[in-house]
Design a protein around this ligand. Structure first.
Ligand code: PFF
Length: 453
């Protein structure tokens, strides 16, 4: 049998995993959630969710993937032969496929905005809300842009694990982090910095309720890419000396830093312009920011242009590396289960996602009236099913699988790289406590609260 691919270095492992985690969730979704849920109080809860649920669950996903070196379905099957646990892997494959379809639509918007920014349109448009609406509602451009970003991801995935995913993550991630640093410094130089930072850093605990808790948890899962097996697939390419806990900690740190930095970039900029509200919803980066770029840089349009181009480039790079991590699990499944060649498997995923993505892209325009459950459009439906249902459910099942089902000895062996790494005892105790009790109970409670009330 052909030898299965692995990532070539520890840095590569951290960068591909961080590439999966850092995405639209950080730069687009996080600031929107912070804006809607009252600022710093939300950030504090979010960080707790990352530490208490995100890091242990990510480590658990790594354990399943690295132990088996198989695609998700076979990973669960080989760890629990003759049981139904393989379904957990199958649901993950479906979820990745669904998420990739609607995620590509928003990634396509970022490509459109990057092109507009380069052409100088973002910094000169007179009505940014009208521009956004007419673009997202049109019948062609959102579909073309969605297909274009999917083809970019296709191009990388087709080149395989080391030559594609690792190579391009190593190119894109440092560049992305550099752009963030430059933009943070630029944003701090704006006149509204104080107020923006106050909004971001002063906790308003009166806003807290069950809904905020679920939002913070959902955001943490989405942002860290846990609960649906993408990281499990990446971990199946980890080498045996990769340090799982350390990788999970580094990825969580990078991901949270980028999210908070995105807040630092966006809110001071937003507050530097009096006319716009910080809780503008999903339109924040596509409607509010173009006005901000214009007004804040009215006297230095060239600087405004640079800021806008860098910002949308950042969004596109972040989106692309995450798309790769959604593309790969489905591709790996098709290669290893259906026996397809990588090229064919990648094409099946790309084409089917273009088909599903078209439905999502058009649900802002021509298909706006097609509604499902609770009046949701295709886009809302895909987002709801994957981020609010499958990811938390996947989290519960994963914690039960690793916390209760797998023999403790096997988990410890994997955690410690076959007893070659030393950890203080409290770390194991906390890991098992979080993964056995806290994760399943907390996720179930918050999930039920949201569904019933
Ligand atoms: N973590 C990505 C983001 O923050 O945008 C999105 C994502 C990627 C979610 C991969 C889930 C996933 F499996």
């Amino acid at each position: 049998m052909e030898k299965r691919a692995t990532f070539g270095s520890k840095l590569g492992i951290i960068l591909v995993s961080a590439g999966s985690a850092v995405g639209l969730g950080n730069v687009w979704r996080f600031p929107t959630e912070v804006g809607a849920n009252g600022g710093a109080a939300f950030i504090l809860i979010y960080i707790m969710c990352v530490l208490l649920l995100g890091v242990p669950l990510m480590t658990a996903e790594f354990i399943v993937g690295r132990k088996t070196h198989k695609n998700q379905v076979d990973a669960y099957r080989s760890l629990s032969p003759g049981t139904g646990w393989w379904l957990q892997g199958a649901i993950g494959v479906f979820a990745a496929w669904f998420i990739l379809s609607y995620y590509s639509v928003v990634a396509g918007w970022t490509l459109q905005y990057l092109i507009s920014a380069v052409l100088g349109r973002v910094t000169t448009m007179t009505d940014s809300a009208a521009y956004f609406t007419s673009f997202t509602q049109s019948a062609w451009m959102p579909v073309v842009m969605m297909a274009a970003v999917l083809l970019m991801s296709h191009w990388v995935i087709m080149r395989g694990v080391q030559g594609g995913i690792e190579r391009y993550s190593k190119l894109m991630m440092p560049f992305l982090l550099l752009i963030i640093a430059v933009l943070v410094v630029g944003s701090f130089a704006m006149p509204g910095t104080g107020e923006g930072l106050r909004f971001l850093l002063r906790p308003d605990f009166t806003k807290l309720n069950g809904g905020v808790l679920l939002s913070a948890m959902g955001q943490a899962f989405f942002s860290l890419s846990v609960g649906m097996g993408c990281l499990c697939t990446y971990a199946s390419y980890f080498t045996d000396d990769a340090k799982l806990m350390k990788t999970a900690g580094s990825v969580a740190l990078i991901d949270t830093t980028v999210a908070v930095m995105s807040g630092f970039i966006i809110f001071p900029a937003v507050f530097s312009v009096q006319e716009v509200a910080p809780d503008a919803g999903p339109g924040l980066v596509f409607i509010t920011l173009p006005s901000v770029f214009q007004m804040a840089f009215a006297h230095a349009p060239l600087l405004g242009w640079v800021f806008a181009v860098m910002f949308y480039l950042l969004l596109l790079l972040a989106a692309l590396t995450s798309m790769m991590s959604l593309h790969e699990p489905v591709t790996a499944f098709l290669i290893e289960r259906a026996g397809l060649q990588r090229r064919a498997a990648t094409s099946v995923v790309t084409l089917s996602c273009i088909a599903l993505g078209t439905l999502c892209a058009l649900s802002f325009g021509p298909l706006k009236e097609v509604r499902f459950l609770f009046g949701m459009t295709f886009f809302d439906f895909f987002d709801f099913i994957s981020a609010k249902i499958i990811m938390p459910m996947g989290g519960v099942l994963l914690s039960i699988f690793v916390g209760w089902y797998l023999p403790k000895k096997l988990v410890i062996k994997e955690f410690t790289n076959n007893h070659t790494l030393r950890f203080p005892r409290w770390l194991f105790v906390s890991f098992f406590f979080l993964i056995r009790w806290v994760a399943p109970l907390a996720i179930t409670a918050i999930f039920i609260n949201e569904l019933l009330f």
